[in-house]
Design a binder for this molecule. Sequence first.
Ligand code: PNS
Length: 159
Amino acid sequence: MQRIAIYPGSFDPVTKGHLDIIERGLNFFDKIIITILCNPSKKSLFSVKERVEMLEISLEQFQNIEIATHNGLLVDYAAQRGAGAILRGMRAVSDFDYEFQMALMNRKLRQEVQTIFMMTSLRWIFTSSSIIKEAAKFGGEIEDMVPPIVNQKLKEKFG
Ligand code: PNS
């Protein structure tokens, strides 16, 4: 039986921190389905189509992955795809409350789906899509924190 994980997120846009989690996650799962879902508390910069495109280009060299989108509940999608695990990256302590709440809600909704946390590599501990977008918006150099395609798209968005 294949060990399949869903790696869910907004991916608005994908960062090197995400790539790090996917790369290391592949040591534990036969397949990772990177899934763009809606986070109602966030206003997105890129369309879903743009986000898929950036993921596809950034993950070109990865095997055993799939890029997907889903409009409803994360746990329903996991069940639909036969995934036993939800993979999430954890950075600083500030992530903990939100991640803990989400993991417990997901477990309540579907007990059979396990949330697995991986610590982000030290190098990416302070990066997030939100902070990168903010820096890029005001002309900050974020080139080394994102795949080249994302750097290009951010430059196009913010001129
Ligand atoms: O990258 P993010 O924004 O931290 O990812 C959050 C995301 C998209 C994984 C979360 O908002 C989500 O799972 N959205 C889909 C709806 C859902 O299942 N919510 C969790 C239980 S209420």
